[in-house]
Design a protein around this ligand. Structure first.
Ligand SMILES: [Zn+2]
Length: 537
């Protein structure tokens, strides 16, 4: 099987770290490095001359860090003293941050896309998007689809549209692009294939209305296999590792027994299989935390038809450092009875909210349940909260519930929230999430851009005066998210913590706002293993 895009040899182990020792960034070692004969953990890594933002309680910035046995062994300005022959990498002043934690996204959906899913979250012009697709196509067998489904938005391009059929014809493979917010495009090769399956495609390659649903359903039906899903799962984790994301907390999908046309639909009982398969084969490019999404109707007969068996038969917070289950999210289902069952079982529960009326109701329902069964120790979550007043934050906090904030780059409107500034000065627990994968982007730097500038990708102000500093923004996506993933040894660079970090290609604390969007990682380390290495000049 021709499969250059996917190889376990992408993963750098001891051999790759040895290659780093020969000259960090001299070559893209991950294409050639053989599977290490010795455990990766046997190799220590010493980073020196960095601007290492630890995000510890004192917000220390240090110059050296020693990684040993998958954890940070020494952090400070003299870690080298303990390095005992570790591979030494001179960072030449580069900015280092803890591995980013996206505390709520839909990476599992992204990993299950049909075709050779090719994320375009790091390009900002149509010619650049075409260039990425062409590069991808070069490694794709003739006749197979290059796709981008979900985390791409017309508003990220100055033209405010997706590429046309003519533009996509520069790619010598069938292409299918479906944006998070409606609409899809294909090229001539893709059009011919789709039309042969009964999907209506306009002359300019646009697919809309009912045809959109049929297009994605057909692509899923015809192209997905366990192997392609596994390739997709790997590629998705690898792509975001290259942007510095080392931990994903996946918040599920809408359940579909078989292939359906909804961008947020998957079989929630089998969609984790490709990730579990990756995990069985070796170390993954990032950590995955799995939530279970339920949508039982209230007053169903029997009651809580899917949630009740889940709570009886599954294990919350079970797994290892790479893949681990969590609780019920991002829907609990079953109304107040669902919340009651989750509280009684001692599980964590999370629901999302879209507007003030919605969040007010969520808080009320939780107050009802909390009065019967205290939930304060269970770390319940309300995600992507809208603009809401401090009084609601008080009530949420009083129940020990935390809120996740983010999901901004593709939104429109004014003062859409969340009220970052208010929350920052409030004692309530808060953390960062992108909510990306189906309705928006996962790229953290696009989200960070919105958080610090208050603008969406089209440059329109959406947050009013509710913006944050860059230090605050980074804290939300690192140390603050320890609470949300319920793991204290991730999210900050401190001795004893798991060694997750990203060496950035620019100083994210000082670059111009527009440049923040294009930030990427030059070197991403997860559990002491180099999973992405783009080299440092
Ligand atoms: Zn979500």
């Amino acid at each position: 099987m021709k499969n250059e895009g996917f190889s376990r040899r992408h993963f750098l182990g001891g051999a790759a770290i040895a290659a780093l020792g020969r000259g960090f960034g001299v070559e893209r070692v991950f294409a050639q490095a053989p599977r290490p004969a010795v455990p990766d953990d046997a190799t220590d890594l010493l980073l020196v001359n960095g601007s290492i933002h630890t995000m510890d309680a004192a917000n220390r910035v240090v110059s050296q860090v020693l990684l040993r046995n998958g954890r940070f062994a020494a952090v400070g300005n003299n870690a080298a003293a303990q390095s005992r022959g570790a591979r030494r990498v001179d960072l030449k002043g580069k900015t280092v941050i803890p591995g980013l934690i996206d505390a709520h996204n839909h990476i599992v959906l992204v990993g299950n896309r049909p075709g050779w899913h090719t994320p375009l979250e790091h390009v900002f012009t149509i010619p650049d998007a075409i260039a990425v697709l062409k590069k991808r196509a070069a490694g794709v067998p003739a006749g197979e689809f290059v796709t981008t489904i979900g985390p791409v938005a017309a508003m990220q391009f100055p033209e405010k549209r997706l590429p046309t059929l003519m533009e996509l014809d520069a790619v010598d493979r069938p292409v299918y692009i479906q944006a998070a917010q409606g609409g899809a495009r294909t090229n001539t090769l893709g059009k011919a294939w789709l039309e042969s399956k009964g999907v209506a495609v306009a002359a300019d390659g646009a697919i809309a209305g009912p045809a959109l649903n049929l297009a994605l359903k057909t692509l899923r039906q015809e192209l997905l296999t366990p192997e392609t899903r596994k390739r997709g799962a790997h590629d998705a984790l690898q792509y975001y590792a290259a942007l510095g994301v080392t931990t994903h907390r996946d918040c599920g999908a809408f359940h579909a027994e078989g292939p359906e046309g909804g961008v947020a639909s998957e079989n929630v009982y089998t969609m984790h299989n490709p990730f579990l398969a990756l995990h069985r084969e070796g170390p993954m490019p990032a950590r995955l935390r799995i939530e279970f999404l339920h949508q039982d109707p209230p007053n169903a007969t029997p009651p809580l038809p899917t949630l009740a068996p889940r709570l009886r038969n599954s294990f919350p917070f079970f797994g290892d450092e790479w893949i681990r289950t969590g609780g019920i999210a991002e829907f609990t289902g079953g109304g107040v009875d669902g919340l009651r069952a989750i509280a009684k079982a001692g599980w964590r529960g999370e629901d999302h909210t879209l507007n003030l009326a919605g969040v007010t109701q969520l808080i009320k329902d939780r107050e009802t349940v909390n009065a019967e069964i205290p939930i304060s120790g269970l770390r319940w979550i309300i995600s992507h909260i809208p603009a809401f007043p401090a009084e609601l934050a008080d009530r949420t906090h009083a129940m020990g519930i935390g809120v996740l904030v983010g999901w901004g780059p593709t939104r429109t409107g004014t003062n859409v929230g969340p009220p970052y500034r208010m929350l920052m000065t409030h004692p309530i627990r808060k953390g960062y999430h992108s909510d990306g994968g189906d309705i928006t982007v996962i790229n953290p730097w696009l989200n960070f851009y919105t958080i610090v500038t208050g603008r969406n990708l089209a440059g329109q102000p959406i947050l009013g005066d509710q913006t944050l500093t860059r230090q605050e923004m980074l804290w939300l996506a690192t140390a603050a998210n320890k609470w949300f993933i319920w793991e204290d040894d991730l999210g900050s660079i401190e001795a004893g913590n798991r060694a997750d970090l990203a060496v950035l290609d620019r100083n994210c604390f000082t670059v111009a706002d527009e440049e923040l969007k294009a930030t990427r990682s030059l070197l991403t380390v997860v559990g002491g293993r180099v999973v992405h290495n783009d080299g440092v000049a």
